[in-house]
Write a protein that binds this ligand. Structure first.
Ligand code: GDP
Length: 193
C-alpha cells in the first residue's frame, strides 16, 4: 500500500491539547530507545523526526497523520532520561496524563522497549499505567538487529509474561527494516482503520 506519514501538529503544553476526531496510536519509550528512527523508517524518510543528538530534549507531542488510513501516530516525548530535572519529569507526566486520560480516540500505546536491555522498571511502570487507563499496550522491541536471535527470543518471552499477553512482542529494526510490515499491521488493527 502507498502509505504516507505527515507531521501535522506539534504541541508543548497541556493547554495546546485539542480533541482530534480520528483514531490515535501513541508511541512511547525511554529516551534513546530508537523512537525517532522508527518514525523515520516508517515514513521512509531520513529526517522527519529529529534523531536525538541530545537525548531527553524533545518535550513535544508530535501528531503524524497516516494516509490513506486516516489515523494518527502520536509521538510522545521520551522518558527516563537521567539528566532530566524533577520538574521536567513532573511536566512530562502531566502532559502525558492529560493526553491519555479521557481520550476515547486513543486506541493503543505502542511502548518501545530496547532489545539490548533486560526489562526496565520504568517501562513496566508505564505499561501498568497505560493499562490502568484501559488502553491496550503494543510492545515493540527496538534495535532488533543488535541482540543474538536466541537472546531476542528470550526477551520476547520475558516481556510476554510480564505483560501477560498472548502474543509475543513485535521486534523491529530501523536499521534493517525488520518487523516493519508486522508493526503496520498491528497499528492498522488497533486503529480499526
Ligand atoms: P529516540 O531518542 O528514542 O528518538 O532514539 P533515536 O531514534 O534518536 O536513536 C537513539 C540511538 O539508537 C541512535 O544512535 C540510533 O542510531 C540508534 N538506533 C535507533 N534505532 C536503531 C536500530 O534499529 N538499530 C540500531 N543498531 N541502532 C538504532
Amino acid at each position: 500500500m502507498n502509505r504516507t506519514i505527515e507531521l501535522v501538529k506539534t504541541i508543548y503544553e497541556i493547554k495546546q491539547l485539542e480533541d482530534i476526531d480520528a483514531p490515535q496510536i501513541a508511541l512511547a519509550g525511554r529516551s534513546n530507545v530508537g523512537k525517532s528512527s522508527l518514525v523515520n523508517r516508517l515514513a521512509g524518510r531520513k529526517a522527519l523526526a529529529k534523531i536525538s543528538s541530545k537525548p531527553g530534549k524533545t518535550r513535544s507531542l508530535n501528531y503524524y497523520r497516516v494516509d490513506p488510513d486516516g489515523y494518527y501516530l502520536v509521538d510522545l516525548p521520551g522518558y527516563g532520561y537521567a539528566k532530566c530535572s524533577k520538574q521536567e519529569r513532573a511536566k512530562w507526566g502531566k502532559l502525558i496524563e492529560a493526553y491519555m486520560k479521557d481520550n476515547p480516540r486513543l486506541r493503543a500505546v505502542a511502548v518501545l522497549l530496547d532489545s539490548r536491555l533486560p526489562p526496565q522498571k520504568i517501562d513496566m511502570e508505564l505499561t501498568s499505567y497505560v493499562r490502568s487507563l484501559g488502553i491496550p499496550v503494543i510492545p515493540v522491541l527496538t534495535k532488533a538487529d543488535k541482540p543474538k536471535q536466541r537472546e531476542l527470543a528470550q526477551l520476547q518471552t520475558q516481556w510476554r509474561d510480564i505483560l501477560q499477553q498472548d502474543r509475543l512482542p513485535l521486534s523491529f529494526s530501523s536499521k534493517t527494516g525488520k518487523g516493519e510490515e508486522k508493526l503496520w499491521a498491528a497499528f492498522t488493527e488497533a486503529a480499526g482503520a
